[in-house]
Design a binder for this molecule. Structure first.
Ligand SMILES: Cc1cc2nc3c(=O)[nH]c(=O)nc-3n(C[C@H](O)[C@H](O)[C@H](O)COP(=O)(O)OP(=O)(O)OC[C@H]3O[C@@H](n4cnc5c(N)ncnc54)[C@H](O)[C@@H]3O)c2cc1C
Length: 427
């Protein structure tokens, strides 16, 4: 069996590694000519770290990212609403990593090239269209440094080509542009003094205005860490600015909006001011669809379920998609049946997470605190009960397949070969 993967992002490269491990021939096509480490921070939940560990990447991940130990929610004054252990500290057998998205992509790319051969990673080739004919999928690409076209064929084609997926557009011709949630995100990465012990992700504020800050790599100076920050707020702009992860923006708008966000242990205006490059990004997703698999063609990652970043799910779920798809292909010799199985297993849960993220996902507790005590509080228990806080967090976790007991005990998607790297880091 041969699989064409369209897109060399986090999902596509994870799928290439996974298929190769399962003994399935794979070729990746990536539109960008030379991949360079783009993006800022991304979070890999233990469910995804488990899969990447089973692909032999545990040591590289540990060297590159920060094993996040806590997630803490605060109001806009920095008063604590909720704090929970994460990763190994929460009883998972695998850590949660906060990591630079570009560094993660480069790590995956390097490994894919080593394992499947450079010839099978074709960068600079953009998928234009595909057709299913006589038990094959024929894909047409443009690129190669000129206006050249090329065709390739395989048993299966997987669209791992992100939120503007060409594969999805051919399957859903009338879908149009992503859905703009009338919020903007300003994002940056900076070498900064570590806060709250150096392994805590913080989210502060409420639905209309909030910050997300976490360390994601080693710092250049002692006591410093490479730190990811996001400032997110509701805006009156109605039209959708083109989503581009790398669109640089001026700092004025973010600085004006977050000028007073000086938390006891984090000076947000200073962080914005000191960050060399600030990126602006619209909050977008797409409505869930009724099918990802159409015969020999399917979707994974953002092409399948583009979602808001609430709950830090997109990268992790793309990795899990890749593994679930591999498992489905191993379970039957019929590719069409395999893709249908994968769709039935993954799509309902991802559709649910996409919709929950629109409603603020696990961060709903912060909105309760803001609505009931906009001027702050002495004790969170007087404002939001422990039961309400737990309910907001726990129901999301189980919908997203993140419960520690589930992640720790589910069988491996792909049978393990017993290499040392396949052992959980924390056990
Ligand atoms: C440049 C970039 C920077 C990002 N930065 C961040 C970040 O800082 N934080 C964060 O949380 N998320 C970031 N994301 C999104 C994040 O990577 C995804 O939400 C998540 O990891 C799911 O990954 P994916 O592989 O499904 O999609 P993506 O990571 O978006 O990858 C899709 C890939 O498909 C390629 N592609 C698109 N169209 C075609 C085509 N027609 N033919 C061939 N290839 C095609 C794209 O060039 C891209 O490499 C970024 C995405 C990109 C593309």
């Amino acid at each position: 069996m041969k699989v064409i993967v369209v897109g060399g992002g986090i999902g596509g490269l994870s799928l290439a590694l996974s298929l190769h491990q399962a003994g399935i021939a794979v070729r990746v096509y990536e539109a960008v000519g030379e991949l360079v480490p783009l993006g800022v921070g991304i979070n890999l939940q233990p469910t995804a770290v488990r899969e990447l560990t089973e692909l032999g990447l545990a040591d590289e991940l540990a060297r590159t990212g920060i094993a996040t130990q806590r997630l803490s929610y605060f109001n806009k004054f920095g008063q604590s609403i909720w704090s929970e252990p994460r990763g190994l500290s929460a009883g998972y057998k695998w850590p949660q990593y906060s990591i630079h998205r570009g560094q993660l992509q480069m790590l995956l790319l390097r490994t894919v090239r080593e394992r499947i051969g450079r010839d099978n990673v074709r960068s600079g080739w953009r998928l234009i269209s595909f057709a299913q004919d006589g038990g094959r999928v024929i894909a047409t690409f443009k690129g190669g440094g000129s206006a050249t076209s090329a065709a390739d064929d395989a048993d299966i084609l997987v669209g791992a080509d992100g939120i503007y997926s060409t594969v999805r557009r051919q399957l859903y011709v009338d879908e149009g542009e992503p859905r703009f949630a009338q919020q903007l995100l300003w994002r940056g990465a900076i070498d900064a003094e570590s806060f709250l012990g150096g392994a805590t992700m913080i989210i502060a504020g409420h639905f209309d205005q909030r910050i997300v800050v976490y360390p994601m790599g080693r710092g250049a100076k002692a006591g410093h860490l490479l730190t990811n920050w996001v400032c997110q707020m509701t805006v009156s702009d109605r039209s959708l600015p083109r989503e581009d992860w790398n669109r640089k923006a001026g700092k004025d708008r973010a600085l004006a909006a977050f000028a007073r966000w000086r938390l006891p242990w984090l000076d947000m205006p200073a962080l914005i001011r000191d960050t060399p490059d600030v990126y602006e990004f619209p909050l977008v997703d797409r409505d869930p669809v009724q099918a990802w698999s159409f015969g020999r063609v399917t979707l994974i990652g953002d092409a399948a379920h583009p979602m808001h970043p609430t709950g830090s799910q997109a990268g992790s779920q793309a990795v899990v998609d890749a593994r679930a798809l591999t498992a489905a292909l191993l379970a039957t010799t019929d590719p069409i049946e395999a893709l249908a199985r994968y769709d039935a297993e993954r799509r309902p849960a991802m559709n649910e997470v996409t919709l929950r993220n629109r409603r603020f996902g696990p961060e709903a507790a912060m909105q309760l605190a803001e609505e009931r005590a906009p001027g702050g509080f002495d004790r969170i228990e007087d404002v939001v009960s422990r039961d309400e806080l737990e309910a907001a967090v726990a129901s999301f976790s189980s919908a997203a397949g993140l419960d520690a007991a589930v992640v720790n005990s589910r069988p491996s998607f792909v049978p393990l070969t017993g290499q040392p790297d396949h052992e959980p880091t924390g056990s």
